[in-house]
Design a protein around this ligand. Structure first.
Ligand code: SF4
Ligand code: SF4
Ligand code: ZN
Length: 385
């Protein structure tokens, strides 16, 4: 969509919003076409821009390629520089997949230190397929064009080779958490960690880990309203807002049933799970693995969720205790430091790597083998604006 489309959209919002009504704009972009005009517009209308970056160049360019198969890292960084120059607020959306799943800490450090990111979301890539699509995926790991392969549907119980490994997704989050909880609490905001902490107080910031679905319907250009943007399929059409008021559709029986299905379809394993209060079985679209009891479909990411939520639990409890005593959650960093020093530098690291703490998440942690943006000369100027 050209800039003019969004300028018109904002004009219409201004014309039709009620007195006193506050409208906040946000947009998700891969950043490759951002320039001064776009960024002036974002700044003027106080957009929050979500920028998709999957880590340092080698990791980002693995799957994020253009139509000619060329990596987009340099162009994304160009867009990032424009955002920074214009003082536009941004957060980073980083997908976790087969190429970067082993490098949680390197990815996090890159986003924090090189891109100066303060708000980060990690999105697990789970591309569910059946055997029909599998044969195409086997031939073509990079999947360059939707024209040459069948469309993905919410069916099958296989995943593409670029999908994240479920257990490794949990380890990725643990690696990030170990870094964050020692250094960055109150300074860098990682969505998954905020979600877990808020859940301790019974608040659910993200539908994926809420007890029920139903709060994010998807509106199509023609007025069709669907249950959720992951279910824009005929069986999930609620109606059309030209014929029925949107509030009536959202409050209607169909959407209620869609929301409650998430809780009602939990497996016995989920219902007895120690981390259910944080996880809630994850998104129904990812529930396609047979459960151990064979009673329901289990979430593909279950091993990762179990690993992360149980690992983070003691530190989360420390933050809860601090907040309940009206103290800042960042006190958890002192608690971690105390624990680390009591355990000593040569204890096995708590992240589960099996390595000694000092050489894993401690003071002699390995530096990244990725070169980050240091060699990036996209506009003739050194990187790191
Ligand atoms: S289906 Fe998934 S994405 Fe949609 S509302 Fe439910 S949890 Fe959220
Ligand atoms: S961790 Fe696994 S078993 Fe536990 S609630 Fe989540 S999906 Fe269910
Ligand atoms: Zn470690």
């Amino acid at each position: 969509m050209p800039l003019a489309f969004f300028q018109r959209a904002v004009e219409l919002v201004e014309r039709h919003r009620r007195p006193g009504q506050i409208v906040e704009h946000s947009i998700q972009t891969n950043g490759t076409l951002l320039d001064d005009d776009w960024c002036r517009f974002f700044k003027q209308h106080r957009f929050l821009v979500g920028l998709s970056v999957d880590g340092p160049r080698q990791l980002h360019d693995h799957y994020r390629v253009d139509r000619l198969g060329r990596g987009t890292f340099s162009r994304v960084l160009q867009g990032w520089r424009h955002l920074r120059q214009h003082g536009v607020e941004f957060n980073i959306l980083c997908t976790v997949h087969a190429a970067n799943q082993q490098h949680g800490r390197a990815v996090y450090r890159f986003l924090r230190d090189e891109l100066d990111a303060r708000w980060i979301q990690f999105i697990p890539i789970v591309e569910r397929i059946d055997t029909r699509v599998m044969s195409t995926d086997d031939q073509d790991q990079h999947l360059p064009s939707t024209k040459t392969r069948p469309l993905y549907t919410q069916s099958g119980n296989l995943v593409t080779r670029r999908s994240v490994d479920p257990a490794q997704y949990g380890q990725f989050l643990v690696d990030v958490f170990e870094e964050w909880v020692r250094n960055d609490v109150g300074r860098v905001f990682v969505q998954q960690f905020d979600v877990a902490l808020e859940a301790c107080f019974g608040r659910h910031l993200l539908c994926v880990h809420a007890p029920e679905c139903g709060y994010g319907p998807a509106l199509e250009y023609n007025g069709d309203l669907y249950c959720c943007d992951h279910y824009v399929e005929p069986n999930y059409l609620l109606g059309n807002i030209h014929r029925t008021h949107m509030l009536a559709l959202v409050a209607g029986e169909r959407q209620q049933a869609f929301g409650q299905h998430k809780r009602g379809s939990l497996s016995a394993k989920c219902r007895q799970c120690a981390v259910l209060r944080w996880c809630h079985g994850g998104c129904p679209k990812d529930r396609f693995v047979p459960s151990p009891d064979g009673d329901a479909d289990q979430n593909y990411l279950c091993p990762g969720y179990a690993r992360f939520f149980s690992h983070a639990q003691p530190a989360m409890q420390c933050m809860v205790d601090l907040l309940q005593r009206r103290r800042a959650a960042l006190g958890v960093m002192a608690w971690m430091a105390q624990r680390d020093s009591a355990d000593g530098p040569y204890q096995v690291c708590s992240c589960g790597s099996g390595r000694k703490f000092r050489f894993c998440h401690g003071e002699r942690a390995p530096t990244s083998s990725f070169d980050g943006v240091a060699d990036d000369q996209v506009d003739g100027s050194p990187a790191g604006v």
